[in-house]
Design a protein around this ligand. Structure first.
Ligand code: ATR
Length: 278
């Protein structure tokens, strides 16, 4: 009987319980996945309580991905490199933190567009926050040639590139420069919250310099098809959706907790129906 959960604030609308219940059913595993909402002013106190709850593991979401680290006993390599944790497993050594966001992104992208992963492929990441860091780290290890980073505050893009070691060279740029250079890339990944409900009329930049066949990805999943993706589709791009990453990072977390090999693809259609209904 697995006892799992999610910490964050606010998390009332989280889709994680639904996903993990589906994964338990798929794997024939009994267990529960609880929403453990923690108010920011009592975070440290509640984390001590959580230690007594005897959980097998839990996910961590905004705003605690960094704040949780002092409460953990160990970190895996990706969590250490990023300084952010989205999955915690209880082991004999105590609590170990992992980060499955970036690997979830790359795996879901590879499922759909394996042709992207070769040594001449050029990717452009838009944004430099926590989500961008995880995706940057995983993408630079995925076999693509280049991962450049554009951000409103270009200094944050420079810092991201400096702080996360990558085998290939990366350039930082402003959003205006990115707009001019869109045709140079095979993959464009939107990692900011721009376009998320209720601001779904917004786009971070116009895509009118895009070439047909480019893969355009948006990590926003509410709405499922953002204005950015609609624009991309109208220009002949191939689309990759935020909910595909969400599902795959959950699959990796579940795998870490249960040592099983769950599959995301059989759940995708049902998950899309679920997302449309919320
Ligand atoms: P998270 O950790 O969730 O990714 P974050 O650290 O707040 O969030 O980062 C949000 C990202 O969205 C940043 O790249 C931010 O750009 P800045 O670094 O210039 O702040 C970007 N972002 C948020 N709102 C934006 C907007 N209206 N226009 C352009 N970029 C925006």
């Amino acid at each position: 009987m697995y006892k799992l959960g999610l910490i964050g604030y606010p998390i009332g609308h989280s889709l994680s319980p639904w996903i993990h219940n589906q994964l338990m059913e798929q794997q024939g595993i009994e267990g529960s996945y609880e929403l453990l909402e923690i108010q920011p002013d009592v975070f440290d106190e509640k984390m001590n309580f959580l230690k007594e709850k005897d959980l097998h593991g839990f996910n961590v979401t905004v705003p605690y991905k960094e704040k949780v680290i002092p409460h953990l006993d160990a970190l895996d390599e990706s969590a250490r490199q990023l300084g952010a944790v989205n999955t915690v497993k209880h082991t004999s050594k105590g609590w170990t933190g992992y980060n499955t966001d970036g690997t979830g992104f790359v795996h879901s992208l590879n499922n759909r567009y394996p042709d992207l992963f070769h040594d001449q492929s050029k990717a452009l990441l838009i944004g430099s926050g926590g989500a961008a860091r995880g995706i940057y780290a995983a993408l630079t290890r995925s076999g693509v040639d280049t991962v450049d980073v554009a951000n409103r505050t270009v200094k944050r893009a420079e810092e991201l590139i400096e702080q996360i070691p990558a085998s290939s060279s990366s350039k930082s740029m402003t959003l205006e420069e990115a707009y001019e250079k869109l045709a140079d890339y095979d993959l464009i990944v939107q990692t900011t919250t721009v376009g998320m409900n209720p601001d779904n009329h917004k786009v971070i930049l116009s895509l009118d310099h895009l070439t047909k066949g480019t893969v355009v990805s948006d990590i926003v999943y509410r709405p499922m098809k953002t204005k950015f993706l609609i624009e991309a589709e109208n220009l002949g791009a191939r689309l990759h959706y935020g909910h595909e990453m969400l599902l795959q990072q959950a699959v990796y977390a579940f795998q870490i907790w249960t040592n099983t090999n769950p599959e995301a693809m059989p759940l995708l259609e049902k998950f899309e129906q679920k997302l449309k209904g919320v």
